[in-house]
Ligand binder design. Sequence first.
Ligand SMILES: Cc1cc2nc3c(=O)[nH]c(=O)nc-3n(C[C@H](O)[C@H](O)[C@H](O)COP(=O)(O)OP(=O)(O)OC[C@H]3O[C@@H](n4cnc5c(N)ncnc54)[C@H](O)[C@@H]3O)c2cc1C
Length: 297
Amino acid sequence: MWMRDVPLAGLTRWKIGGPAPAFARARTELELRDLLAELGEGPVLVMGSGANLLIADEGSGCPVLVLDGEFKTFDLAEQSIRCGAAALISSVVQAARRAGRGGLWILEAVPGTMGGALRMNAGTPEEGIWERVLWAEIMRRDGRLDRVQREDVEPRYRGIDLDPSAIFLRTEISAPPGDAGRVEEEHARRREAKLKAQVYDQPTCGSTWKNPEAPSPSAWQLVDRVGMRGARRGGAQVSPKHANFIVNLGGARAADVVELMIETRRRVLSETGIALEPEIQFWGFSEDVLRQLGVAA
Ligand SMILES: Cc1cc2nc3c(=O)[nH]c(=O)nc-3n(C[C@H](O)[C@H](O)[C@H](O)COP(=O)(O)OP(=O)(O)OC[C@H]3O[C@@H](n4cnc5c(N)ncnc54)[C@H](O)[C@@H]3O)c2cc1C
């Protein structure tokens, strides 16, 4: 059932953003198809756990769907893990780690759902989840089901080339049994490094900017170089701990985050000639704001 004017901030990791004009949870494939049909034509946004999203203060501007129920489950097969798109990355990673399955360590300490991970090609700078995807099932905007194989999708750094309206429902990820000691060690090492360097005790959306291609300095180094580490606008601050993270100190508005980002990007461009590109996704912003943020049209 679609509900009207539902607040979204509490569903995002940043705790920022206005309402959705219409909002629904789909617990089964049938429910999802009915919900899409009920809306008729027009765009729909799918939300995972909001770990990579900035929603405008005025709201998402479009109806928002969240997958729930049967989409939250996952199970281990002999050489792989089959997951619903609403399964939490942390639960899947923990199950793989405990069972001594290799490869899922690239998602260690990455918040979110498997659907968000598929859309974002989440992982490390060197390796994204699509390196390990065997197939993914999607629902098209018109309710048609499709199965995409690894080779049907062009993965790139924090994204994929696939119909942007496709909704991921399920996936199967290669996760062969490995040396249990090595698997445990790899997970522990990566987790420790991430918790030490990044910000987990304040509301953030992870890396704000993509790292530009080598040999450019990394995004945090560029932000640091132009003096934006620790900079504050309203309730938002460039984290003093990690310059590529923006934290909500309390009561931050999307406009505060946007102001920090536009200022950072302007300074980096004028001082180094490098045009930063955001890693986070934006909902409900005007073309003009998106252009200033460096979001590719
Ligand atoms: C502290 C911290 C550390 C992080 N570290 C990393 C890291 O190391 N590596 C990394 O890659 N990311 C990292 N991230 C970013 C984030 O965790 C990932 O992008 C994650 O995959 C987002 O998942 P989500 O479910 O929250 O997606 P959301 O933020 O809800 O959505 C992100 C995008 O995915 C789309 N989407 C979500 N579900 C579906 C679906 N079922 N079908 C189709 N589209 C969908 C949304 O429409 C949106 O475009 C980090 C974030 C934080 C806060």
